[in-house]
Design a protein around this ligand. Structure first.
Ligand SMILES: CC(C)(COP(=O)(O)OP(=O)(O)OC[C@H]1O[C@@H](n2cnc3c(N)ncnc32)[C@H](O)[C@@H]1OP(=O)(O)O)[C@@H](O)C(=O)NCCC(=O)NCCS
Length: 153
């Protein structure tokens, strides 16, 4: 699957291709922390890269999961959503999420959820996500404030 828009394209990729971007943008480029999810290599996991003139500038990974709002819904979890520093604010993150949502819908997925960084909630609200009230927490991995968010299809 490939989406094109003025030098920007979204591709399904192997998770390893996303590790450097995950580490730099989401883990302060700390070489000592893991940027792998145990589910990364499972066949049902989906990894997307957004490429600007051939350079990886967006990463997003999705894993089968359980909905935080309704366990009956077929659900995926979004993790490791990041846009490289110099490429933020140009709509690339939103475009990657749109491509990911289209792929999820094709699989019959009804909801996607995430532990959203509070500093990124504006991005998620702008792209149609909702907040689970009362779900504010500190991430065990980063100790940063997060809130559970979801988007239903
Ligand atoms: C959050 C992040 C992924 C957004 O990606 P991006 O490519 O910069 O976002 P886009 O340019 O596609 O923005 C889409 C919309 O969200 C809005 N938006 C983006 N970041 C925002 C923020 N931090 N606060 C408020 N609104 C924001 C944009 O203004 C745009 O709105 P519009 O469509 O009304 O113009 C990116 O800023 C990032 O990687 N941040 C650091 C890591 C991080 O926090 N990742 C999320 C972990 S849960």
């Amino acid at each position: 699957m490939t989406d094109h828009n003025e030098g920007f394209e979204v591709r399904r990729v192997a998770s390893l291709e996303l590790h450097d971007l995950r580490r730099r943008v989401l883990r302060s480029n700390n070489p000592d922390v893991s940027v792998a999810d145990p589910r990364d290599e499972e066949s049902t996991s989906l990894h997307f890269g957004g490429y600007l003139d051939g350079r990886l500038v967006v990463c997003a990974s999705l894993y089968p999961s359980t909905s935080p709002t309704d366990a009956r819904l077929k659900t995926y979890q979004l993790r490791y959503m990041a846009t490289d520093f110099d490429a933020q604010g140009h709509g690339y993150g939103a475009q990657v999420l749109e491509t990911a949502a289209a792929a999820l819908r094709e699989l019959g997925v009804e909801q996607v959820w995430a532990n959203g960084r509070d500093t990124a909630l504006g991005f998620y609200r702008a792209t149609g996500w909702e907040v689970v009230e009362g779900s504010e927490h500190l991430s065990a991995e980063t100790r940063l404030p997060h809130t559970v968010i979801f988007k239903s299809f």
